[in-house]
Design a protein around this ligand. Structure first.
Ligand SMILES: Nc1nc2c(ncn2[C@@H]2O[C@H](COP(=O)(O)OP(=O)(O)OP(=O)(O)O)[C@@H](O)[C@H]2O)c(=O)[nH]1
Ligand SMILES: [Mg+2]
Length: 436
């Protein structure tokens, strides 16, 4: 956390880390159309640590459904209040999402700040956003999440001001605030559309080159693999959501064996919907890719659960079926023979690497190339000789199997990928010669 000036002494002092108590209820999976499920307090703890607070205690409860007014049951709420006092906590963080009314009531009952899981993740995103696009996207998500909760903020102020005389102006103020927030949302939307238009121009210029996108749970090692396979120098850190932007680099082994690789924001179980919405532009890179490289942390408690959580978020972004290469990373941390035995049969075609090692990057690069360019075709095309230069890379890689000239046309039989064929047909004036 940053420093601030001590008001009395005038010296800079470290702001103490906030002290957080975690709270979560385990709901039956079927609750509210699949919104239920086990609270995951260890993961919440890692999020809290990334956000810059210390965990000083936790409470858990198993319930059929949350209490509408205070989320927790009466007894649990009393336990929580005692724990907050004992540990001198400054903050209570819920693993589940709270309604505005629940947040308000809990704040009143416990007299400390209350955050829910979405607010915590939004806070981390805000802290880690370093590019203009990421900052705009995070702000958009925050405003959209805040809009229905403005009343909670206002009642908070009202409580601080004692409530007298604040209600009338407060309500008018609330209207003004809503209008301002909506106006800002429109400005952000517009700015993001402009960024997206620029990106689409870049994407068009890549036509004809295969693209692969790294996706996966946060902290699985996507950026580490990106740096190993390319020279991108992407920020790597043992924290959640270290990466919030999309970085794309070219990987070129020879003129024809090349592809573009993109590293982007990680996913988490129950990734807040507003974030997925707002990060649409960043995640568009995943939609546009020919291949998704799904990175899984082999050393996590339950890799299958991690895979399922990622697939669930993925369905919101990429509704259509897309080619996927599954990569189990951090194999140096597990008993690799046992692990491969266990997972290779249920996930055929997947690869097992340690991204931190050079071997790991080479293996991954080869696996991606094989998946992208592995299914080469043999096709004959008729091409105007004025465009003959576009065959030079095929010549250099020994992929021109036959070549004949007919007046101002060239008849060439090539070994090539589908993408290369499409490029010749759409951009170089080639015509496919049907096999007789
Ligand atoms: N032991 C081991 N650690 C690894 C390996 N690959 C990555 N890590 C570590 O895992 C942590 C997360 O790595 P990142 O590459 O930042 O993970 P990421 O998937 O990009 O994470 P986010 O950007 O936060 O979503 C870092 O501390 C890495 O050093 C590996 O093969 N073995
Ligand atoms: Mg990363």
């Amino acid at each position: 956390m940053g420093t601030r000036r001590d008001e009395e002494s005038g010296f800079s002092t470290e702001v103490p880390r906030e002290r957080a108590v975690l709270a979560g209820i385990h709901l039956p999976l079927a609750w509210a159309g699949g919104l239920g499920g086990e609270a995951d307090l260890p993961e919440l703890g890692r999020l809290v640590d990334t956000a810059g607070a210390d965990v000083v205690g936790q409470v858990e409860q198993r319930r059929a459904r949350p209490v509408p007014s205070t989320f927790l049951g009466k007894g649990k709420l009393e336990d929580l209040k005692e724990l907050v006092e004992e540990t001198e906590a400054t903050l209570v963080i819920f693993d589940n999402d709270l309604t505005p009314a629940q947040g308000r009531n809990l704040e009143k009952a416990l007299d400390v700040n209350i955050l829910d899981r979405t607010e915590l993740i939004l806070d981390i995103f805000a802290k880690h956003a370093s590019t203009r696009q990421a900052r705009l996207q995070v702000e958009l998500a925050q405003l959209k999440y805040m809009l229905p909760r403005l009343t909670r903020l206002w009642s908070h102020l009202e409580r601080q001001a004692g409530g007298i005389g604040t209600r009338g102006p407060g309500e008018t103020q609330l209207e003004t605030d809503r209008r301002l927030v909506n106006k800002r949302i429109a400005v952000l939307d517009k700015a993001l559309v402009e960024i997206e238009t620029t990106r689409q121009t870049q994407v068009r210029s890549r036509q004809g080159t295969y693209t692969a996108a790294l996706i996966g749970y946060t902290n699985a090692g996507k950026s580490t693999l990106m740096n190993g396979v390319t020279d991108a120098g992407v920020y790597v850190k043992d924290q959640l959501f270290a990466t919030l932007d999309a970085t794309t680099r070219k990987v070129e082994i020879d003129e024809r064996r090349r592809f573009l690789l993109t590293d982007t924001v990680g996913f988490i179980r129950r990734l807040p919907h507003h974030l997925v919405e707002s990060f649409k532009a960043t995640l568009q890179e995943v939609r546009d890719a020919d291949l998704m490289v799904h990175v899984v942390d082999a050393s996590c408690d339950d890799p299958e659960h991690q895979i399922a959580s990622v697939n669930k978020v993925l369905r919101e972004i990429v509704p259509e079926e897309k080619a996927t290469l599954l990569v189990f990373n951090k194999m140096d941390l597990v008993d690799s023979e046992l692990f491969i035995n266990r997972f290779s049969r249920s996930y055929p075609g997947s690869v097992f690497v340690a991204g931190r090692t050079e071997d790991g990057s080479t293996e991954l690069r080869e696996a991606i190339l094989t998946r992208l360019t592995g299914n080469e075709l043999i096709r004959t095309v008729r091409l105007p000789i004025t465009n003959l230069h576009c065959l030079s890379s095929f010549h250099r890689t020994g992929s021109v199997l036959e070549q004949e000239f007919e007046a101002d046309m060239c008849l060439a039989t090539l070994r090539l990928t589908e993408k290369e064929l499409n490029r010749l047909l759409s951009r170089e004036g080639a015509v496919l010669v049907e096999e007789s």
